[in-house]
Every structure is written in structure tokens, then in C-alpha cells.
Design a protein around this ligand. Structure first.
Ligand code: NAD
Length: 416
């Protein structure tokens, strides 16, 4: 398969593969190949020093057969419609794999949030929200944070939507600060989910978490939380990286001290008593678990042969290309796919939405124990599918997810 496939082509290829195994009806397969709804918006924002500047944003709803569309919002200079389509499709499967009543969506704005002032970022978020407000809503499509967005941006989105509605609508977005209807446990949920599924895989292999060596690419919402939780649970995080570079220490990094260093300097780079490591090198370090938690397309046909981890747990969406999948599989490296490994975020987003609708809030321990129950069940179902069909865990996860979405689509029937 050519490496230059874009994420949407990869997502389609993955769907076609499982459609064959499931002997999916041709009509249902055709429905699932296309996003249900795509909105492209072009809008102006006043930028200091350069006046009015036009920005492009997207919101794609892939499928809503199982419930309202759900998916994050990405602010990144290289985001584009095909990337957003792929991410929306992956959200559909992910929600079905963990069996929460949502379809899949994703949004993005082509921008570099780091180059904007806080006021410009707020203006951009509020105008983008207004532009997509014709298709989002608490019972239609619920955004959440992704790369380049955070709780503050979700707060602006919620406020903008509420101003237009004339009343506060907390359930229009998840990943909000707790003070305005966010859920306890949401910030760490994706990272915690990464650790929970790793623990399940360790049980299957009879490995111990205590002293296990972990390398993590990306130190944001997902990678940063995963590092903290792995460290807390006795694992040795031996390397981490961010967009500026990485650091390694085979004795295990002092993660709480590193978190402080990142707060002060903005990067993991130059953390005392560590060796520098590049983002390419971190993928090839010898360790028990490699967690790619930055962007897609990191482990490719060109570098998968150098991966020396015994297990890869995908914190990011789409970090491993199909070529790399095949190479890792042939080398006996177990891979826990994104649609399962990083589903903790959307699961707690679902909890947040439920709490907002009921105006009745749960404690962090209630959130975390419900999250663990859902992820352990999803892991067991995916593992069982991989044994039944004798396929890798990615294919197995897709089999579980696509079958559920196909069943819902078929049961609802085609209107009119
Ligand atoms: P983030 O913006 O908080 O963090 C991204 C991290 O990756 C940062 O440390 C950044 O410096 C680093 N990075 C960016 N470009 C890089 C590059 N070229 N090389 C190496 N590192 C780079 O984003 P996030 O929310 O942690 O998301 C990371 C991945 O996880 C994305 O693929 C996202 O879609 C996925 N994801 C996020 C969530 C969530 O709840 N936030 C849920 C599921 C999946």
C-alpha cells in the first residue's frame, strides 16, 4: 500500500478490509464510506498588525445512526478536509467500540494557535462556533478538545452557543472546565484510558506494570497524562518528547519534576540530568511500551523496522500507517489501536454530557471506576474478536465497531 495515502484514504481502506470480513451488505458499506454531512466555513478575524485575515474551518459528521455526532476540534496549520473526514470516521468506530450512544464527527480550523494572541484565539473560536452553530447542538453534534484546543476554548464555544440560544447550554460541548459543567476526571481521561488498556494487555501477557519501561512521543493532554499515570502506577517512563524534541533517562524520568519544568519552560527539552533524543529516535528506543501520543503518521513503513518496543499503544489518532502495521505485526509487536487505546477521552466526554443533561454531577472516583468498567469490557470484546477471527487488534476493533454501526444503520432503515 503506498505510504503517501492521506488519512481519509487510510480510513477507507481499513473500512473496506473489515467490510470484506463481515460480508457487509454493499449498500450499508457504501453508506459508511461517506461522511453524512460536511461543512466548510471561511470567516474573518481581526489580527493585530495585519488587519482582517480569513480563516478556514470544517465540521464533518460521519455517522449518526447510534446517536448524536461526537468528536474533537483541532486547531492546526496543516489540518484539512480529508484529515477531518478520517478523524470523524474513526470517531464513529471508537464510540461504537466502547458502546456509547454517539456517532462520529470532527472539526478543525486551519491556524497556528500559538501565533495568535489570547484575544485573537477567543475571537477565532467564537466566530468559528457561530459559523458551525447551524449543525452543532447538545442533541445533534457535540465538540470536544483535540490537538491545539483546550478547556478554555471549549468554554468560549459553550458561551458563544449559549449567547445565541439565549440560555446556558452546557451539553453542547465536552472537555469544559469543571466550574461550568465539565466532568471530574475529563482532563486525564484519555491518558488514564491508555494506561488502563495497557494494563489489560499486560494481564494477557503476564507482564507486570511495576518497573515496565515506557517511551511516550507527545507530552500534551494525552501523552502528559499518560506519563503521570504510568509513573504513579510504578512503571518507568524512560523517554518523552514534544514538538521541540525529547529527553531520555534509562533509570526512569522524575515525571512530577518534569511536569513543573514544562510549566516553567514550555517544553520537556533541557530537563536536567537527561540525554536529548529526537522525535524519530524516541520511536526506536528499547522499551516495553511505546506510546505515540502526538500526531498521525509517525510510525511508517520506513521506520517500523527500527521499533524496539514490545508493545505499541496508540494514544494519538492514526499514528501508525498501514505499511507500518504490517511490519510491526510480522515482528510480533502487539499493537493496541487508537480506536480502543485512546477511547477514554470520549467515554468521559459521554459522562460529561450525561451529567450536563441531568444537572447531576459525579465524583472523580465514580467517573474513573465507570471508565475502567467500560474500557475493560471493550478491551475484552476486541480481544475475543481477534481470537475468533484470527486477526490483529486493529482489525478486531474495527470488526466490533463497524458491525455495531452497520446493525444500527440497517435496523433504522433508509429514509424515505
Ligand atoms: P496536545 O496539543 O495537547 O498535545 C500534542 C503533543 O504533541 C504536544 O506535546 C506537542 O508538542 C506534541 N507534538 C506536536 N507536533 C509534534 C511533532 N511533529 N512531533 C512530536 N511531537 C509533536 O494534543 P492531545 O490532545 O494530547 O492530542 C494528541 C493526539 O491524541 C492527537 O492525535 C489527538 O487526536 C489524540 N487524541 C486526543 C484526545 C484528547 O482527549 N485530547 C482523545 C483521543 C485522541
Amino acid at each position: 500500500m503506498p505510504e503517501e495515502m492521506n488519512p481519509y484514504q487510510i480510513a477507507l481502506r481499513q473500512l473496506d478490509h473489515v467490510a470484506g470480513i463481515l460480508k457487509l451488505d454493499d449498500g450499508i458499506h457504501a453508506i459508511l464510506q461517506k461522511p453524512k454531512r460536511e461543512l466548510t466555513v471561511n470567516f474573518p478575524v481581526q489580527i493585530e498588525g495585519s488587519g482582517t485575515q480569513m480563516f478556514t474551518g470544517y465540521r464533518v459528521q460521519h455517522n449518526t445512526s447510534r446517536g448524536p455526532a461526537k468528536g474533537g476540534l483541532r486547531f492546526h496549520p496543516e489540518t484539512n478536509l480529508d484529515e477531518v473526514r478520517a478523524l470523524a470516521m474513526w470517531m464513529t468506530w471508537k464510540c461504537a467500540i466502547v458502546n456509547i450512544p454517539f456517532g462520529g464527527a470532527k472539526g478543525g480550523v486551519v491556524c497556528d494557535p500559538k501565533s495568535l494572541t489570547l484575544a485573537e484565539l477567543e475571537d477565532l473560536t467564537r466566530r468559528y462556533t457561530t459559523e458551525i452553530s447551524i449543525i452543532i447542538g447538545p442533541s445533534s453534534d457535540i465538540p470536544a478538545p483535540d490537538v491545539g484546543t483546550n478547556g478554555q476554548i471549549m468554554a468560549w464555544l459553550m458561551d458563544t452557543y449559549s449567547m445565541h440560544a439565549g440560555h446556558t447550554v452546557p451539553a453542547v460541548v465536552t472537555g469544559k472546565p469543571v466550574s461550568i459543567g465539565g466532568s471530574e476526571g475529563r482532563i486525564d481521561a484519555t491518558g488514564l484510558g491508555v494506561v488502563l488498556v495497557t494494563e489489560e494487555a499486560f494481564k494477557k501477557r503476564n507482564w507486570a506494570m511495576d518497573g515496565a519501561t515506557i517511551a511516550i512521543q507527545g507530552f500534551g493532554n494525552v501523552g502528559g497524562a499518560a506519563a503521570r499515570i504510568f509513573h504513579k502506577r510504578g512503571a518507568k517512563v524512560i523517554a518523552v518528547s514534544d514538538v521541540s524534541g525529547g529527553i531520555t533517562d534509562s533509570r526512569g524520568l522524575d515525571i512530577p519534576a518534569l511536569v513543573l519544568h514544562v510549566k516553567q519552560t514550555g517544553s520537556v527539552v533541557d530537563f536536567p540530568s537527561t540525554e536529548p533524543v529526537s522525535n524519530e529516535e524516541i520511536l526506536a528506543l528499547e522499551c516495553d511500551v511505546l506510546v505515540p501520543a502526538a500526531l498521525q503518521g509517525q510510525i511508517t513503513g520506513a521506520n517500523a523496522g527500527q521499533v524496539r518496543a514490545r508493545m505499541v499503544v496508540e494514544g494519538a489518532n492514526g499514528p501508525t500507517t498501514p505499511d507500518a502495521d504490517a511490519i510491526l505485526g510480522s515482528r510480533g509487536i502487539l499493537l493496541i489501536p487508537d480506536v480502543l487505546a485512546n477511547a477514554g477521552g470520549v467515554t468521559v466526554s459521554y459522562f460529561e454530557w450525561v451529567q450536563d443533561i441531568q444537572s447531576f454531577f459525579w465524583s472523580e472516583s465514580q467517573v474513573n471506576s465507570r471508565l475502567a468498567r467500560i474500557l475493560r469490557r471493550a478491551f475484552a470484546e476486541v480481544w475475543a474478536a481477534s481470537e475468533t477471527h484470527r486477526v490483529d487488534l486493529r482489525t478486531a476493533a474495527y470488526l466490533v465497531g463497524v458491525a455495531r454501526v452497520a446493525e444500527a444503520t440497517l435496523t433504522r432503515g433508509i429514509y424515505p
